[in-house]
Ligand binder design. Structure first.
Ligand code: HEC
Length: 100
């Protein structure tokens, strides 16, 4: 299902995001992620907050939201992704944060 990556356009965060099924619930413009359950993550860097306004859009907040959405937003429909390696979560967070 992977599109041919163009040489030099290695985006590990995007690959990890797609590989872990985040796109089943989230849309990110320009990728195969077309989910409509969670918020559209196409323009994370231009948003001031995440988690319905509870956290700033900084790297650490995005990482902790991905690992433990329930701690940050009780009743969240997003499953915990705490089982992912820290490095993978960090790659996703830095990719998402760079989306304008
Ligand atoms: C089963 C559906 C589902 C999956 C799978 C899912 N999410 Fe979410 N996500 C949500 C929902 C719903 C929210 C909104 C918060 C809430 O109400 O629970 C959310 C919120 C977020 C937010 C905060 C966005 C904001 O503006 O508040 C980020 C970042 C995020 N998800 C990243 C991810 C990543 C990365 C993955 C894959 C590792 C992922 N999500 C997988 C449903 C999902």
């Amino acid at each position: 299902m992977r599109a041919n990556p163009s040489p030099g356009a290695s985006l590990p965060g995007r690959d990890i995001f797609l590989r872990n099924g985040c796109g089943a619930c989230h849309r990110v413009a320009g990728t195969q992620a077309e989910g409509g359950v969670g918020p559209d993550l196409s323009h994370m860097s231009s948003r001031g907050t995440i988690g319905a306004g509870v956290l700033p859009t900084d790297d650490e907040a995005v990482r902790s939201f991905i690992a433990h959405p329930h701690l940050i937003k009780p009743g969240s429909k997003m499953p915990d992704f705490n089982m992912l390696p820290q490095q993978d979560i960090a790659e996703i967070a830095s990719w998402l944060k760079g989306l304008e």
